[in-house]
Write a protein that binds this ligand. Structure first.
Ligand code: AMP
Ligand code: ZN
Length: 444
């Protein structure tokens, strides 16, 4: 599977991360189902945006992009996104891009413009527009576009090789097809085919990538090879802020680092963005993030209870629940990755098992079985992680708690309070609840 990666002209925002998270779920689900996945995610380290940004700061492009590549990997790790198998950089694949452009020239799909750049002639490729479902109509002869990004209405011959001009400064390669640099779209065609072959299974990206980027990738690749480029295209919807796409140019974005610096937990951010269906927009709000945090807390508390349970066996009741949740979860994920329905099954299950636990049911062994099932689901969700058994109380503290219980029974509130303070001094905090005493250890 090929996943369009970051353009490293700046820090990526959590909208970009939604795309990478979605792709992570695709991959994890395929692996859950026993597929062997090879994932390639490119790094766009030379294009219109990277050149413009490094030039504005007056630093060499490589130095500029390196810093954002590093930041990108930090974000990926913080969000528990599984590593792709390859992260090819555009600047390290210029010969492959040149070879592809040469082939297009030889086959007559590409031509040289008067500016010496090479353009792809979309009228020569009969399927042009199929992915984005656009009718190209009567092109004005010679209409062409040199920038990397443009709208559907501007569909026209697009650039595959940009002849050097002074705006590119020292960013150029001297090659058989002239002095210049690749167009953005040819980068992904060359890098995907290098690592995955001329035809591969899955190509992902955000919906904004469908046109012109993916449409152009198909045209270039299929024109060059005469073979089908990609079997399945998957596009994630956008993360929005107040109804608008989160985007750098709209200044309505958050980076993961911004949010983490404000104290937000990256796991809650992961949960928030992966819990909606990928083809549905998500409106980012801090209330949503807080709700995600609370939901996650329910899941980890559940696992804690399972690790601690020592009730009477619930037998068939547990078997049925286990089977039911697994079936429901899997069927939902198989249905075009319906994560929200899969999670609904999971939370119904959590509620039902919690009810059993409240009744003193679920043996130690059954608890362990459910924990294993939760770990299996978490291989896909990636939000629970290692939940360890809670610490045990020191013997001395247990005795104190017993003595406090006796004191409370005798309505000796003074002694009960004294013991509570004594425990507090040991870093043990207790709480009297309807279900009995709850305690926690807080170390400084
Ligand atoms: P870029 O670095 O701009 O090439 O984008 C990297 C990935 O993020 C692409 O797959 C984009 O389609 C995706 N993307 C950009 N903005 C958003 C957004 N607001 N929500 C979801 N995906 C996005
Ligand atoms: Zn791409």
């Amino acid at each position: 599977m090929y996943t369009c990666g970051p353009t490293v002209y700046d820090y990526i925002h959590i909208g970009n991360l939604r795309a990478f998270l979605f792709e992570d779920i695709v991959r994890r689900w395929l692996e859950y189902r026993g597929f062997q996945v090879t994932q390639v995610m490119n790094v766009t380290d030379v294009d219109d945006r990277t050149i413009k940004a490094s030039k504005a700061l007056g630093i060499p492009i490589k130095q500029h992009t390196e810093c954002f590549i590093k930041a990108f990997f930090e974000d990926i790790e913080a969000l528990n996104i599984e590593k792709a198998d390859y992260y090819p950089k555009a600047t390290e694949h210029i010969p492959e891009m040149v070879a592809l452009v040469k082939k297009l020239l030889e086959k007559g799909y590409a031509y040289r413009g008067e500016d010496n750049s090479v353009y792809f002639a979309i009228s020569k490729f009969k399927d042009y527009g199929k992915l984005a479902r656009i009718q190209v109509g009567d092109l004005k002869a010679g209409a062409r576009v040199k920038v990397d990004e443009y709208a559907k209405e501007e569909a026209s011959d697009f650039v595959v090789w940009k002849a050097w001009d002074k705006d590119d400064g020292d960013v150029f390669w001297v090659t058989e097809i002239g002095k210049g640099r690749p167009g953005w779209h040819i980068e992904c065609s060359a890098m995907s085919m290098k690592y995955l072959g001329e035809t591969f299974d899955i190509h992902c990206g955000g919906v904004d990538n469908m046109f012109p980027h993916h449409e152009n990738e198909i045209a270039q690749s299929e024109a060059a090879t005469g073979k089908k480029f990609v079997n399945y295209w998957l596009h994630n919807e956008h993360l929005l802020v107040e109804g608008k796409k989160m985007a750098k140019r709209l200044h309505n974005y958050y980076t993961l680092k911004d949010l983490m610096a404000k104290g937000y937990d990256p796991t809650a951010i992961r949960y928030l963005m992966m819990s909606a269906h990928y083809r549905q927009q998500i409106n980012f709000t801090f209330e949503g993030l807080e709700a995600a945090r609370k939901t996650l807390e329910r899941l980890t508390n559940f696992v804690h209870r399972l690790l601690e349970t020592n009730g009477k066996p619930a037998g068939d009741k547990i078997n049925q629940l286990n089977e039911g949740v697994q079936k429901g979860f899997e069927a939902a994920m198989d249905d075009d990755l319906n994560v929200s329905v899969a999670l609904a099954h999971l939370f119904d299950f959590v509620r039902d098992v919690n009810n059993l636990l409240d009744n003193g049911e679920v043996s130690k062994e059954e608890g362990k079985g459910i924990c294993d099932l939760m770990s299996k689901f978490d291989k896909v969700l990636g939000v629970i992680g290692q939940v360890k058994e809670k610490e045990k109380l020191p013997k001395e503290a247990e005795e104190l708690i017993d003595r406090r219980e006796d004191a409370r029974k005798n309505k000796d509130w003074k002694t009960a309070d004294q013991i509570r303070d004594q425990l507090k001094a040991m870093g043990i905090f207790i709480e009297d609840t309807a279900q009995g005493i709850r305690w926690r250890i807080e170390k400084d």
